[in-house]
Design a protein around this ligand. Structure first.
Ligand SMILES: Cc1cc2nc3c(=O)[nH]c(=O)nc-3n(C[C@H](O)[C@H](O)[C@H](O)COP(=O)(O)OP(=O)(O)OC[C@H]3O[C@@H](n4cnc5c(N)ncnc54)[C@H](O)[C@@H]3O)c2cc1C
Length: 395
């Protein structure tokens, strides 16, 4: 496996063990069937508890069954899972960084005890509802609303909240037991954004699946419809109010993406390198042509620099110096790198490269989603632009 500057040498025992466990899981449980899942547009749901047993959901959290592994170990885990498929890493990212993290960081003791162990074991599935049909890159424009019953003259018991609105492009919503829904609290001054834990079997909740995706096909994506959904006050995340709630979750998930896509790019590289050695044209392997070597050299260089950035991010996160803008730079750079290099790997495979027998075109298609979700490439450019100049350029 490509590790050109010997990063392996600096890994601790636990980090190697987690990486190797994830690598073996991908080889044994993902690689043999992922092409079929991608073609069929299905997620291997039977693996959800197995991934839980292996500790793939938020192992970097502390307590409630999570072992608090290093940020490097967590990053390596994301890297190995995404070498399998971005849909597998997305499952672990959403469950860990977008559902378990906010409950861990902002939840009540009862919420933590109710949800974290089950989510960690993969016995419950969570989803994260921020994006709306009319509000993607600018989620602060959200229209989903929550009203306290005593303030709204609606039915129900005083203190309960009634939720109305719709979310879209929500990873796992059709298979989720609980959704972290971000909504404007219309009963509080200035309508702050609050997080609500909404069990998907509550009256008024619908979770239609979005079909016809040409990217991230081995991942379940859906909507969340909320029609007069009543939730008790105990389901509000008490520890946060305002956009910093969802944005802090996104920083966690983007950190995992910055690592994960290195794995997807590495898998493309290894596939192309092997193919260049095996495939013969004009009387010998295509890997002897300078044109093909140039592609491999560039791919290896780009992957290595992305790896270095990911490792540096882990160090900053570990010592509490990681800023969201650092994560924006790494998400933006590393996803763009994987998007470009998966295309080069695909071309090196000739006609075979357009089939699901080989991984690069599947990774390449997935990268269109990864380039778009968790802040588009453009939005991360604007975040960096603001950080570098002090001038916001969003509007
Ligand atoms: C498969 C998949 C899974 C997803 N999973 C989740 C999930 O689990 N939970 C969730 O909440 N969301 C999820 N999303 C939603 C995702 O985060 C949004 O698609 C993303 O934020 C972009 O929003 P949009 O699609 O509405 O695009 P838009 O915001 O409409 O953007 C369209 C284009 O305009 C550009 N643009 C927008 N604003 C500006 C600007 N100010 N300056 C320059 N260019 C701009 C964008 O970069 C983009 O190119 C998922 C999306 C996909 C595709």
């Amino acid at each position: 496996m490509l590790d050109y500057v010997g990063l392996e040498a600096d890994l601790g025992e636990e980090e190697r063990m987690i990486r190797d466990t994830a690598r073996e899981f991908v080889e044994d449980r993902i690689d043999p069937t992922i092409g079929d899942h991608f073609e069929d547009g299905t997620f291997p749901e039977e693996l959800i508890p197995e991934m839980g047993e292996l500790g793939f959901y938020a192992p970097n959290l502390e307590g409630y069954g999570s072992p608090n592994v290093s940020e490097t170990a967590y990053g390596l885990l994301m890297q190995e899972l995404e070498a399998g498929d971005s849909g597998i890493r997305s499952m672990a990212s959403v469950q860990g960084a977008l559902v378990m993290y906010p409950i861990h960081a902002f939840g009540s003791e009862e919420q933590k005890e109710r949800w974290l162990p089950d989510l960690g074991r993969g016995e419950a599935v969570g989803c994260f509802g921020l994006t709306e049909p009319e509000h993607g890159s600018n989620p602060s424009g959200m229209e989903t609303r929550a009203e306290r019953v005593d303030d709204s003259a609606g039915g129900g018991t005083a203190g309960e909240y009634v939720l109305n609105g719709s979310k879209t492009w929500i990873t796992n919503s059709p298979i989720a037991d609980v959704a972290v829904v971000w909504a404007r609290d219309k009963s509080a001054e200035d309508d702050p954004v609050r997080g609500f834990l909404v069990e998907t079997d509550r009256d008024g909740v619908t979770t239609n699946k979005i079909d016809d995706k040409l990217s991230m096909r081995a991942s379940v994506t859906g909507e969340i419809g909320l029609n007069d959904v009543v939730v008790p006050e105990e389901n509000v995340l008490p520890g946060v109010s305002g956009m910093k709630g969802p944005l802090s979750c996104l920083t966690q998930a983007r950190y995992g993406i910055a690592w994960g896509v290195v794995g997807a790019a590495r898998d493309c590289f290894e596939t192309a390198r092997q193919y260049a050695t095996d495939r013969e044209q004009f009387g010998g392997p295509i890997g002897r042509f300078q044109l093909q070597q140039q592609k491999l050299a560039e791919m290896a260089t780009q992957i290595t620099t992305a790896q270095l950035l990911a490792h540096r991010l882990a160090d900053l996160k570990e010592r509490g110096d990681l800023r969201p803008q650092h994560v924006s730079m790494a998400k933006r750079n590393n996803v763009n790198m994987a998007r470009e290099q998966s295309k080069v790997a695909r071309e090196m495979l000739g006609g075979n490269g357009i089939t699901t027998d080989y991984s690069p075109m599947r990774h390449m298609a997935n990268m269109e989603t990864v380039y778009t979700y968790e802040g588009t490439h453009d939005i991360h450019t604007l975040i960096l632009g603001e950080d570098l100049t002090g001038i916001p350029a969003y509007e």
